[in-house]
Design a protein. Structure first.
Ligand code: HEC
Ligand code: HEC
Ligand code: HEC
Ligand code: HEC
Length: 330
């Protein structure tokens, strides 16, 4: 009698474990498929199928598991068109879904001091954004919201700097450093590109290397932990962090790498096959048009309103030579 009872329990436990596993697998698969849908819509939005993409993203807003990222992508479409007033509420709703309940109540000074910390990085930007918004600083608030969501989107990964990537990808690095992407920071120095600056109504003798209006697009990870910072004189650590993120670095296009390099180290050490989905799951980006449009958009002072970046025309020599991957499967 006792034995039968026990085996019954065992069976129930087994069944429970199995069904949990099955549910998890289905949920995982479903989440993966949802992300594929978001990615596809985000690509469509930038390749002429705007209405279709927006409809697809709006339908994903209703599902809890995709509401945050769908809201982010919808907001980004407007943000990258310079329509901050439309981006703002979408970003804000997405963040309030990610961080339901009341906010901590910390003041602006306390939050600003925490900006370069990894822990809670997206929530801190959300809270600081809310404070900025309440003080009428709309543009600043929208940027903070966007950064908070981009941190969620890259699974909290931070910037590690170009030297780390170089240590394993020397070939890509040596061709990248000859491209214009490697020197976008130089352009901001006084006297550089004087003629072009004059044409753009910039002061050719002014030093723009500390101007927050320029750094977002002429450096990598500005405003995100580990990314570019304006270093105070004598702060050696910040100076190193700045130097590692000058220009459009690897992470400027592939996304922050702190989490993916752990996997890449393992691939290298064990010479093992991998799929891109492994890297995607920790926020790594397969470089495509979405890697470019955060900078190549009408907010670039050199562009007219309504400007649209055409990937196919620009995906040429200005990234780096492409080298066949050895371990990547599918
Ligand atoms: C929204 C992103 C963005 C911002 C903000 C931005 N830039 Fe740029 N900038 C770009 C891009 C993209 C290019 C390359 C444009 C191209 O060739 O299509 C560029 C090119 C330039 C050039 C070279 C122009 C040429 O014709 O050679 C200069 C100079 C420049 N930027 C200065 C600045 C300064 C100064 C600021 C701040 C006041 C600034 N940029 C802010 C994105 C930006
Ligand atoms: C301006 C954007 C940009 C920058 C900056 C950039 N990449 Fe890429 N990278 C791309 C694109 C685009 C691809 C090709 C994606 C595809 O398959 O269509 C790519 C592909 C790759 C690949 C896959 C193999 C290959 O060579 O195609 C590796 C590895 C890579 N990049 C590493 C790096 C490293 C390391 C750096 C920095 C030294 C870097 N990338 C900087 C855009 C960029
Ligand atoms: C972090 C911002 C940023 C990102 C991301 C970025 N770019 Fe750029 N890009 C710039 C800036 C700034 C310049 C201007 C450099 C200069 O004039 O020296 C530029 C210049 C270029 C140029 C040269 C234009 C010219 O007139 O000579 C090409 C081509 C280009 N980018 C393509 C791309 C592509 C393709 C991607 C995405 C795979 C990309 N960029 C991603 C900021 C960016
Ligand atoms: C410890 C070594 C190591 C470091 C550090 C490293 N990678 Fe990699 N990475 C690899 C290996 C190994 C692969 C797989 C290469 C292959 O299949 O040939 C890879 C693959 C990639 C790919 C291709 C992804 C794909 O499947 O499309 C990109 C892009 C890339 N790395 C970019 C970067 C960037 C950006 C950095 C810096 C943030 C970086 N890597 C740092 C070892 C490294």
């Amino acid at each position: 009698m006792r034995r039968r009872f026990n085996s019954h329990i065992r069976c129930t436990v087994c069944l429970c474990v199995f069904s949990l596993l099955a549910i998890t697998l289905v949920a995982f698969g479903a989440a993966g498929a949802m992300y594929d849908k978001i990615d596809q819509a985000a690509l469509d939005a930038r390749s002429g199928k705007l209405e279709q993409a927006q409809a697809a993203l709006k339908s994903l807003l209703a599902d809890k598991s995709t509401a945050v990222m769908a809201g982010y992508e919808l907001g980004l479409i407007h943000y990258e068109d310079g329509e901050l007033d439309k981006a703002m509420p979408l970003f804000k709703t997405a963040l309030s879904t990610a961080f339901p309940g009341s906010v901590s109540g910390r003041d602006e000074q306390a939050l600003t001091a925490l900006l370069n910390q990894e822990e809670d990085a997206s929530r801190i930007r959300y809270e600081l954004g809310l404070l900025c918004q309440s003080k009428g600083k709309q543009a600043e608030a929208t940027k903070l919201f966007r950064d908070g969501l981009s941190i969620i989107s890259s699974q909290g990964a931070t910037y590690v700097g170009v030297k780390k990537c170089k240590s394993c990808h020397f070939k890509q690095w040596s061709s990248w450093r000859k491209t214009k992407m490697a020197t976008t920071f130089e352009v901001l120095k006084p006297g550089v590109r004087a003629e072009e600056k004059t044409k753009l109504k910039f002061d050719p003798n002014k030093d723009y290397t500390k101007d927050p209006e320029c750094l977002g697009c002429h450096t990598s990870g500005y405003g995100i932990p580990g990314g570019y910072v304006v270093a105070a004189e004598g702060d050696a650590e910040a100076q190193k962090q700045a130097a590692d993120n000058e220009g459009v670095t690897c992470e400027g296009c592939h996304g922050p790498g702190s989490k993916s390099i752990v996997i890449q180290e393992d691939i290298k050490e064990n010479k093992r096959p991998y799929t891109f989905a492994e890297l995607r799951a920790v926020g790594f980006q397969h470089a495509d048009v979405r890697s470019c449009t955060p900078c190549h958009n009408p907010s670039d002072p050199g562009k007219e309103p309504g400007y649209h970046f055409i990937y196919e025309d620009n995906r040429t020599e200005d990234q780096h030579e492409n080298i066949e991957l050895k371990y990547r499967k599918e």
